[in-house]
Design a protein around this ligand. Structure first.
Ligand code: PMP
Length: 421
């Protein structure tokens, strides 16, 4: 284990981790920045910033094309990250790792390409009530195109999925189950291994939206046995505009290309074009090479800390936050699953979430306020918006204590102050 992250007593050393993130060393509104919006995007450690700078300074060239040294170096660095990602999520082979722009593009790729291969009129796709818009809208677009239908797994009030109802939704018409691993609103960790096994009993493939899970726990796609797994680099302490679609080889081989252009072909003539082999078949055009290299540096950084240690830290801090926030009168937390991590969404009296966010900003505290790209969930809980604190590896208990002080101040400003500890 790297000395950076765990000291001799095997304690997760947040203070030294935080030191590795230059952006967190600044003040905002004259106060030390407390960043509680890693669910939207995580900050980047020095090593990621340096890897991108190094690439542009020394290695920049297009990949898979040049015959000269720079291009060879860029190609090698790019392909090395594919192997890193494969090992990080324990995929069987590198050809199952497709670089995309992020989770959104990965899901759109499956909706287009798997959709064209497998989904016809009156077929059904099973989603859950707690999906992010990026795991709803691509399927609605497919429904408009081919006439398929979406079925929704309902929720329990505590923010868990109704697994009895899920079992009933799986029928011979179901062609795909597409579900979120960790909810970006409720923090619920869904029992996906069990849900995948159930779908497979009916020969139904499963896509997992892992945008909020991959930064918080070790992922083993072989053990999960999922057919597709999507995630974003920027939530994983890496750059924006890079993400990953993992797909089982048998599906990716059978699926048609998503976009046409350079790199995804082996031979082009005006009569007939032959497509390239995996994974290039799904990577048309010049990719975001620097971002892929930055993603490699992020994975290396996280592995030096250890994903098990990160998971433990996130769970402990989530429990601490849940307990502290629930002591504030008038504060309502959404999401009480036993298995919950990384995200705490709430409302405070009748104060709009944007006002909560703006007042906290004056205290140097960055949280998210709004519908969190999950409008159906807002509708379910009958609120227009929620405030959300989401955690990262650089957050500590004192950040939560500052959030609590900030929220008491919000109540004071709005004349709702009823309690002082
Ligand atoms: N799914 C979930 C659960 C998310 O939290 C997000 C980002 N908020 C996305 C999908 C979309 O990710 P991206 O914008 O990086 O494509």
């Amino acid at each position: 284990m790297d000395a950076l992250s765990l000291n001799e007593k095997n304690v997760f050393d947040v203070a030294s981790i935080k030191q590795q993130f230059p952006i967190l060393q600044q003040q905002c509104r004259g106060k030390p920045l407390i960043y509680l919006d890693s669910g939207a995007t995580a900050q980047k450690p020095e090593s990621v910033i340096e890897a991108i700078r190094h690439y542009y300074q020394y290695d920049n060239a297009n990949v898979h094309r040049g015959v000269y040294q720079l291009s060879e170096r860029a190609t090698q660095a790019y392909e090395q990250v594919r192997e890193q990602v494969r090992a990080f999520i324990n995929a069987e082979d590198q050809h199952e790792i497709i670089f995309t722009r992020g989770t959104t593009e990965a899901i759109n790729l499956v909706a287009h390409s798997f959709g064209a291969l497998q989904i016809k009129a009156d077929d059904e796709i099973v989603l859950s009530y707690m999906e992010h818009h990026s795991n709803i809208v691509p399927w609605q677009m497919l429904c408009e195109k081919v006439g398929c239908k979406i079925k929704i797994i309902p929720l329990h009030e505590e923010g868990t999925l109704d697994l009895n109802e899920y079992a009933k939704l799986l029928t011979p018409r179901t062609k795909l189950v597409s579900i979120i691993h960790v909810s970006n609103v409720l923090g619920t960790v869904n029992p996906i291994e069990q849900m995948i096994a159930l779908a497979h009993q009916h020969n139904i493939p499963v896509l997992i939206d892992g945008a909020q899970a991959v930064p918080r726990m070790p992922i083993d796609v072989k053990k999960l046995d999922c057919d597709f797994y999507a995630f974003s680099g920027h939530k994983l302490y890496g750059p924006t505009s890079v993400g990953v679609l993992y797909g089982k080889r048998k599906w990716l081989e059978a699926m048609p290309p998503y976009q046409g252009g350079g790199d995804m072909i082996s031979r082009v003539s005006f009569n007939k074009t032959e497509y390239n082999v995996l994974p290039y078949k799904f990577e048309a055009g010049t990719p975001n090479i620097a971002a892929v290299i930055g993603l490699g540096a992020a994975i290396q950084y996280l592995e030096s800390i250890g994903m098990d240690a990160i998971q433990k830290h996130e769970i402990e801090l989530t429990h601490y936050a849940q307990q502290k926030l629930s002591q504030i009168p008038g504060l309502k937390i959404y999401g009480h699953a036993k298995d919950k991590m990384g995200v705490i969404s709430f409302t405070l009296d009748d104060i709009h979430a944007h006002d909560v966010g703006t007042i906290l900003d004056n205290e140097g505290i960055a949280i998210r306020a709004g519908h969190h790209c999950a409008m159906p969930l807002m509708e379910y809980y009958k609120v227009a918006a929620m405030a959300r604190a989401s955690l990262g590896i650089y957050n500590q208990k004192s950040d939560i204590d500052a959030l609590v002080r900030g929220l008491l101040k919000v109540k004071e400003i709005f004349g709702r102050y009823t309690h002082r500890e």
